[in-house]
Ligand binder design. Structure first.
Ligand SMILES: Nc1ncnc2c1ncn2[C@@H]1O[C@H](COP(=O)(O)OP(=O)(O)OP(=O)(O)O)[C@@H](O)[C@H]1O
Ligand SMILES: [Mg+2]
Length: 343
């Protein structure tokens, strides 16, 4: 059995400012296997960045700890930093430098030799598709190009673990898809473990092997997207009838077949959530037909990770994100750092 690349145990962070304290992360314990791609999901202020910052040694935990790439984050932070790449929520890079020079400086920062830095910069420029802007300055890049540069910066010292905090936020759908292709390629090419946060549920759903959901500083779910959806959400089944009398008559039958509570969404519509809507629908339609009740419309919509979050918390992730302003938002911005920045 191989040692996990991240072993976090009881990670806790409490921020105190004057009389206010914020329990940003509380008692978080998890392992990440080498080579995996893990997405960290959760609304604004859930504690995702704080967790990543503790794991990358940028801020010390209040209690608990972690071993990352085989080293203790408190006892051997330099060992950890030398072996991980971190790309923070903000954009890194000094504006006037050319892309290639920026990469080479980053290599120097990590103590990579000059010749190797140049080789690595050229390799990353190619694999992250930055070749056509290699001689441009950072300020001349688009948002998507900058984000790709950020990732290249985090990879200059060939880390075995890459931590990305919202790599795709603010990018258009095309750039997001592009960036993801690059992340997947890097993984394939170098076997890099990728631990990232995202607000895009579809990204977590499609690309991550494992989804960790965080809320209020705690991990509230941790599994593959498919397993989370199957166990926590289920297909949203909706049946429409020609008359309220038909809907009334169908209710008990549908509840019996579904083995679930059925909701009267409106006078003519019944809805329920089941694990296997595809199989249930034809059975329900046949059964109701045999009772002389015609189903006029039927839909079965597979769940999303938002339905998972809703099932777990009673809130939709979108509503949670649009909720109250984050009290630590200002402090948060000042903590956004580039790879290897001292805490
Ligand atoms: N330096 C700080 N001082 C005080 N509070 C902070 C600080 N950094 C973060 N917090 C607070 O800790 C909580 C968790 O913040 P964190 O940045 O980890 O959330 P997040 O899940 O990354 O959110 P987002 O999706 O908005 O990036 C928030 O309530 C935030 O305001
Ligand atoms: Mg964050």
């Amino acid at each position: 059995m191989t040692t996990p690349i991240i072993e976090a145990h009881g990670l806790t962070k409490r921020f105190s400012r004057g009389k206010t304290t914020v329990d940003a992360v509380t008692d978080v314990t998890f392992d990440v296997d080498a080579g995996s791609l893990v997405a960290f999901l959760g609304p604004n202020g859930a504690g995702k960045s704080t967790t990543i910052r503790m794991l990358t040694t940028l801020i010390p935990p209040t209690s608990g700890g972690a071993r990352v790439v085989g080293h203790d984050i408190a006892g051997a932070p330099h060992e950890v930093r030398a072996r991980i790449g971190y790309v923070g929520q903000g954009t890194s890079g000094s504006f006037a430098q050319r892309v290639r020079d920026e990469l080479i400086s980053q290599g120097a920062f990590y103590g990579v030799g000059k010749a190797q830095s140049r080789r690595r910069a050229d390799e990353l420029i190619e694999s992250l598709d930055l070749a056509s802007f290699g001689s441009r300055t950072v300020q001349q890049l688009s948002g998507g190009q900058k984000r790709r540069l950020d990732i290249a910066l985090g990879l200059m010292h060939a880390p075995t673990l890459l931590c990305l905090d919202e790599p795709s936020t603010g990018l258009d759908p095309q750039s997001r898809a592009n960036l993801w292709q690059h992340i997947l390629d890097l993984r394939e090419r170098y076997g890099t473990t990728v631990f990232l946060t995202t607000h895009y549920l579809d990204e977590a759903d499609h690309y991550a092997e494992r989804v960790m959901v965080m809320d209020g500083g705690r991990v509230i779910a941790d599994d593959s997207a498919a397993a989370l959806k199957a166990t926590l959400a289920g297909d949203a089944v909706s049946l429409g009838f020609a008359s309220a009398a038909d809907a009334d008559a169908a209710l008990a039958h549908v509840a019996r077949l579904a083995g679930r509570e059925v909701t009267r969404a409106d006078a003519l519509t019944l809805t329920t959530n089941v694990a296997d809507g595809e199989r249930l629908l034809p059975r329900v339609i046949r059964d109701l037909d045999a009772q002389g009740i015609a189903v006029e419309r039927a839909t079965g919509v597979p769940p999303t990770l938002d339905d998972v979050f809703l099932a777990l918390t009673g809130r939709s992730l979108r509503d949670a994100d649009a909720g109250t302003p984050d009290p630590g938002a200002d402090a948060d911005a000042t903590l956004t750092t580039t790879a290897g920045e001292p805490s």
